[in-house]
Design a protein around this ligand. Structure first.
Ligand code: FAD
Length: 457
């Protein structure tokens, strides 16, 4: 299995046009209804059919700042393709793959470029360069706002860069989308941690009219499982974070990030505590768990087992991701949980106790060999910005509180938030959908504030 190579092949031009010709050009396109950002799918497919690639990409870009990304990682089977009328009796049009084809064709040939709009409407700071921050930055820039993005990492993209693995989303594709935004005049400050190096207040002091927070979910959740050594329980799993003192227990997002850093040459393979031939147990059954399992196989694990405390019908992973994981050899343990971790004298994991409680059946306990445990059980927002900003409130799970008018404004005037940090559906296109609505809220707010200032002058 290849470590980095992208798994899904692209179309040739002839194949793409043939697929586009299957589109029925419905008068009331259900595919568009199924897309959270209302991508004008039949319109660009119509242009693609005629070979008008420039027109096709312009139509896509009018709604999306991340077409090559969405073409690869959106849940097409639940959204556009899931609504395609052809899918009722046969195969829906392969809209995701067509979008990817058009976007890649455009970037490889440099077909389109947008004229830089004069930035006269105001100045907006965007914190975080994930899908939501990039969407706000791109849309506001097109609307005539001067936008500066502040990103704590060395590279932009958020989960697109440091979460979703290379084999599903090549990092060069993400970098291309970011370069496009920069060419539109968006200024990006990388390696700038807001709440640590600078604050929301210092950004207002720099003259920004509004600030957007799109910082996602950077605090992974964890479980504390009892640890046993030589037949004795040495840690019961209450309160402390003893589990993470074992280097072979890791959080999924940290694991995926490290693999990406290895890919980029910033870390050595030996620094990753998952050895060749390791038996890896992944807890959780969302897309992060699928990416973790498939990545573990790619880096040489001999066995990867996913453990989920509910049944298959409850998993949050996309069906296609699950099926690919099964094809690649990942095994699934439904209605199961690790109840004990056994370690040797060097505190290396040797075994786990797996308890399976299938509804209506007697519980089964098994002691099984293990080398690594990786937890993929969700995440919540970090609180650095809230702690360093007065008047900015979050809820009991750390999600930022926002209101509907102007859409997306937090409890602090002029500070807006959107995407995963506000706790709506955590997918790329939903983060973009939310960000688009907040963009309109920011524009209304800044226009109103500047008008008031002009009147009072
Ligand atoms: P993020 O992508 O998390 O971006 C937040 C950005 O803010 C990051 O760049 C971060 O570095 C930066 N930041 C954070 N704090 C600060 C700070 N204080 N100062 C400056 N910068 C800061 N969704 C799909 O649709 N399809 C998939 O296949 C899919 N797979 C996934 C796989 C994994 C492993 C994970 C974890 C998620 C996946 N998702 C997927 C979900 C999707 O990636 C997220 O919903 C989406 O990225 C959220 O976008 P965002 O911009 O809100 O946050």
């Amino acid at each position: 299995m290849k470590f980095k190579e992208e798994i899904n092949e692209s179309y040739t031009m002839a194949e793409a046009i043939a697929e586009a010709q299957r589109c029925l050009q419905c008068k009331v396109p259900q595919c568009k209804k199924g897309c959270p950002i209302s991508n004008d799918i039949p319109d660009w497919i119509h242009e693609l059919k005629k070979g008008n690639m420039g027109n096709a990409i312009s139509i896509i870009r009018a709604k999306s700042n991340l077409p090559a990304v969405c073409g690869r990682v959106c849940a097409h089977e639940k959204q556009c393709e899931g609504n395609c009328v052809l899918g009722k009796k046969g195969e829906p049009v392969n809209i995701g793959k067509l979008e990817r084809f058009v976007a890649d064709f455009d970037s490889e040939l440099g077909l389109t470029h947008e004229d830089m709009v004069e930035k006269t409407r105001g100045k907006v700071a965007v914190i975080g360069a994930g899908p939501s921050g990039i969407t706000v930055a791109g849309d506001l820039s097109r609307m005539g706002f001067a936008v500066e993005v502040f990103e704590m990492e060395a590279q932009c993209g958020g989960v697109l860069r440091y979460g979703i693995p290379e084999y599903r989303l090549p990092k060069e594709v993400v970098a291309r989308e970011i370069r496009y935004i920069e060419k539109m005049g968006v200024v990006i400050h990388r390696n700038t941690h807001v709440g640590v190096e600078i604050t929301v207040d210092s950004l207002f002091e720099q003259g920004f009219d509004a600030i957007y927070i799109g910082t996602g979910l950077s605090k992974p959740k964890s479980l504390e499982i009892p640890i046993w050594q030589n037949g004795r329980c040495i840690f019961k799993g209450e309160g402390a974070t003893r589990n993470f003192n074992l280097k072979r227990i890791r959080l999924a997002t940290h694991f995926l990030r490290r693999v990406e850093l290895i890919n980029e040459g910033f870390m050595k393979r030996e620094e990753l505590p998952v050895d060749e031939g390791a038996r890896v147990w992944v807890i959780g059954c969302g897309n992060t768990a699928m990416d973790t399992s498939r990545t573990a196989l790619r880096i040489g694990a001999s066995q990867v087992n996913v453990i989920y405390h509910k049944g298959m019908e409850n998993m949050s992973a996309l069906r296609a991701e699950y099926e690919d994981a099964v094809k690649e050899g990942v095994r699934f343990n439904w209605w199961s949980a690790i109840t004990e971790i056994h370690v040797d004298d060097d505190m290396e994991i040797t075994e786990i106790v797996l308890e399976t409680k299938e509804p209506g059946k007697e519980p089964v306990k098994q002691t099984l060999p293990a080398d690594n445990i990786i937890m993929a059980i969700g995440a919540t927002p970090a609180t650095k910005i809230v702690r360093t900003t007065s008047g900015l409130d979050n809820d009991d799970q750390n999600f930022l509180i926002t209101r509907d008018i102007p859409y997306g404004m937090t409890t602090r005037k002029g500070v807006f938030a959107g995407g995963d940090v506000v706790g709506r559906q955590a997918t790329v296109v939903h983060a973009m959908q939310d960000a688009k609505k907040v963009t309109m809220g920011i524009a209304q707010y800044v226009d109103a504030v500047r008008l008031m200032k002009a009147i009072n002058m």
